[in-house]
Design a binder for this molecule. Structure first.
Ligand code: 3PG
Length: 408
C-alpha cells in the first residue's frame, strides 16, 4: 500500500478536534541546542500550527514531546521550548515540570477550553526510552496515568514515528487516535514520490547516517522508486571506497572513525547490482590553507566536501530529474568553504520538485535561500530516511491498529 493510501485509513485531526475534549498531542520539537540555546526552531514552527488548530477548536491540549536523549548534551527541559511555541502561536501556553505526577495530572484536569499544557521532556521517564510493541507500551505508567484523563490521542511527531516508544505507540492502543497535520503532510508528500514509480526520481544522499541510508538506497533501487542515486558526505566516502577500493588512507580513516568500515562491502554489492544508477564522487575538497579540490587518486587529507567535478556531474543528474529527494549534506556545511557542494546542488534541485529532510540539509537549504522553493520540507531525520526506504513506521502501525479498534 502506498503512503497516501495508508494515511486515508487513519482518522484526520478534524475527527479529534472537539470543543471541551482533552487531547494528548505527541509532537517532535527535538531541536539543535548549543550552549543551552535552541539554534533552529523549524520543528517548533511546524507543530505550532497543529497546536493552534486544537486551541482554535476549543479543545484542551496536553502536549507530549522530547528533547535529546538521557546522557546527551542536548537533553534538557522543555521549558526552553515554551517561548518559541508562544511566539508562533501568538498566545500563552502552560508548562509543568512534571509528566505523570500529581501536579501534571491536576493541571490536565483543570485545563480550560482552548488551553495548551506542555508537559516536561517525556524522556525523563526511563520507560520512554525502551522500545517495545504497542500493546506492551500501553501498559506503561505514562499511558496508564495519562490516557484516562484524555478523550483522544493525536500523533503529529513524524520525526519520532520510527520509535516504538510509549508516547508514540502506547496511546493509540487505548484511545481513539488521529493523525496530526504535520504527520499527514509528510506521508502524503512522500507518497507522491512513490506514485511516480521511479520515473525521473533522483535521490541525493549524504550525511553520516550510514546504515539507514544504505538501506534506503537499496530499497529505493530494488523497488524501482528512484531512477538515480548520487552520494556524497560520509555516505559518499563509503561508496567511493566500495567502488575504487582503498586507494589511500584519507577516505578510509573518516569511515573508520564512525565505525562504518563493514558497510563498504555492502556499498560494493549495491554498486555491482545497480552501478549504472549510482553516481559516486570523483573528487573532494580538502583544507590546505583554504579550500583545495583534489581528485580521488591524489587525496591525502580528510575530505570536507565533494569536489568541483563531482558537483558538476551531480548537477547534470539533477537537471535531468523531475523529482529530487535530498537527504543529508555533501560535506562539512558548518564551514562555508565546504558548504559549496551542498548549496550548489540544492540550488539546482530547487528548480525541480524538491523534497528534503534532515536538520543539516534544512540548514543548508536555508543558507542556499531555497527552503521556500522546496515542494516539501520534512521534519524527520532518521524517520525521513526510513520512510523513503519503505520501512513501516511503528507509529503508522499503531495508528492503523487504533483506527480498526475505535470508530471515529
Ligand atoms: C530526531 O531528531 O530524529 C527525532 O527527534 C528522534 O530522535 P531520536 O533519534 O533520539 O529518537
Amino acid at each position: 500500500m502506498l503512503l497516501n493510501e495508508i494515511i486515508d485509513l487513519i482518522p484526520n485531526i478534524n475527527k479529534c478536534l472537539k470543543k471541551g475534549k482533552t487531547l494528548i498531542i505527541r509532537i517532535d520539537i527535538n531541536s539543535p541546542i548549543v550552549n543551552g540555546k535552541i539554534i533552529d526552531d523549524f520543528r517548533i514552527r511546524a507543530h505550532s500550527y497543529t497546536l493552534r488548530l486544537a486551541s482554535d477548536a476549543g479543545a484542551r491540549a496536553v502536549v507530549l514531546a522530547h528533547q535529546g536523549r538521557p546522557g546527551q548534551d542536548d537533553f534538557t527541559s522543555l521549558e526552553i521550548h515554551k517561548p518559541y511555541i508562544e511566539k508562533y502561536l501568538e498566545r500563552p501556553i502552560k508548562f509543568v515540570d512534571d509528566i505523570i505526577g500529581p501536579e501534571a495530572r491536576r493541571q490536565i484536569k483543570e485545563l480550560k477550553d482552548g488551553e495548551i499544557l506542555l508537559l516536561e521532556n517525556v524522556r525523563i521517564l526511563s520507560e520512554e526510552v525502551i522500545e517495545k510493541v504497542p500493546e506492551a507500551q500501553a501498559e506503561t505508567l505514562l499511558v496508564r496515568k495519562l490516557a484516562p484523563l484524555a478523550d483522544y490521542y493525536v500523533f503529529d511527531g513524524f520525526a519520532v514515528a520510527h520509535r516504538s516508544q510509549p508516547s508514540v505507540v502506547g496511546f493509540p492502543i487505548v484511545l481513539p487516535s488521529c493523525a496530526g497535520p504535520v504527520f499527514e503532510r509528510e506521508l502524503r508528500a512522500l507518497g507522491a514520490v512513490f506514485e511516480k514509480r521511479g520515473r525521473g526520481v533522483t535521490l541525493i544522499a549524504g550525511g553520516a547516517k550510514i546504515p539507514d541510508t544504505l538501506k534506503a538506497v537499496e530499497q529505493l533501487l530494488k523497488n524501482g522508486f528512484v531512477e538515480k542515486v548520487a552520494v556524497g558526505g560520509l555516505v559518499g566516502f563509503v561508496f567511493a571506497l566500495g567502488k575504487y577500493g582503498v586507494l589511500n588512507s584519507a577516505l578510509k580513516q573518516e569511515v573508520e572513525k564512525g565505525g562504518f568500515l563493514p558497510y563498504i562491502e555492502r556499498a560494493r554489492q549495491l554498486l555491482a547490482k545497480y552501478g549504472a544508477q549510482i553516481y559516486t564522487p570523483v573528487d573532494f575538497a580538502v583544507n590546505q590553507n583554504g579550500r583545495l579540490d583534489v581528485d580521488i587518486y591524489s587525496l591525502a587529507q580528510p575530505p570536507l566536501d565533494i569536489g568541483r567535478s563531482t558537483t558538476i556531474a551531480f548537477k547534470e543528474v539533477i537537471e535531468q530529474s523531475e523529482i529530487v529527494i535530498f537527504s543529508g549534506p555533501m560535506g562539512y556545511i558548518e564551514d562555508e568553504r565546504f558548504a559549496t557542494g551542498t548549496i550548489e546542488l540544492l540550488k539546482a534541485a530547487s528548480n525541480r520538485r524538491l523534497i528534503l529532510g534532515g536538520g543539516h540539509t534544512i540548514m543548508a537549504a536555508e543558507k542556499a535561500g531555497v527552503l521556500d522553493k522546496a515542494y516539501h520540507v520534512s521534519t524527520g531525520g532518521r524517520a525521513f530516511i526510513q520512510t523513503i526506504g519503505g520501512e513501516e513506521m511503528p507509529a503508522v502501525k499503531a495508528l492503523l491498529t487504533s483506527a480498526k479498534k475505535f470508530s471515529l
